[in-house]
Design a protein around this ligand. Structure first.
Ligand code: FES
Length: 174
């Protein structure tokens, strides 16, 4: 004899559904403390971005700030340095990029780059090397004042992190 399929859940179905729901709630309440622990705490979130007062960075000066555990160089480039960079032929570089593509319009003097050599991760020295940019003492990579690689084993320019000008004096990195 054929049984009638009914959309109404039987009493037994209801029991299964109810047990399943309790199970799901149980899992959720057990899982939450673990998930919550995985969320970054307020101090870690604060480090996700760093605000830098650049009014204290004199022309020609480089400061190093920490962002997400890495050094970031903020360099206030002089008009002479900008002139030299503009005159450079960059097509032959390993990682060709114009200086204009690495800075914010209207704030061309300020360069913000992650201070980690793209070869094996040493921290390059500022105002050093053939181009008075950065020199990596580990294996001799030479960067210019735009953080672009000119010589040595590093394959790429010093990376430009995400950043924005909150005002003429404050840069937010991250
Ligand atoms: S880590 Fe900089 S040149 Fe090797």
């Amino acid at each position: 004899m054929a049984t009638l399929d009914t959309a109404e859940p039987s009493r037994r179905d209801f029991l299964y559904i109810a047990t399943g729901a309790v199970g799901a709630v149980g899992v959720a309440s057990v899982a939450w403390p673990f998930i919550d622990q995985m969320n970054p705490d307020a101090s870690a979130l604060a480090l996700a971005s760093t605000e830098v007062d650049i009014s204290a960075v004199a022309p020609g000066q480089i400061i190093t700030v920490k962002w997400r555990g890495k050094p970031v160089f903020v360099r206030n480039r002089t008009p002479e340095e900008l002139k030299k960079l503009a005159a450079m032929d960059t097509k032959a570089l390993k990682d060709p990029q114009s200086d204009a593509d690495r800075v914010k319009k209207g704030h061309e003097n300020i360069l913000v780059v992650v201070g980690v050599c793209t070869h094996l991760g040493c921290v390059p020295t500022g105002h050093a090397g053939e181009y008075d940019g950065w020199f990596c003492p580990c294996h001799g990579s030479v960067y210019d004042a735009s953080g672009r690689i000119h010589a040595g084993p590093a394959p790429l320019n010093l990376p430009v992190p995400p950043y924005e000008f909150l005002s003429d004096k404050v840069v937010k990195i991250g």
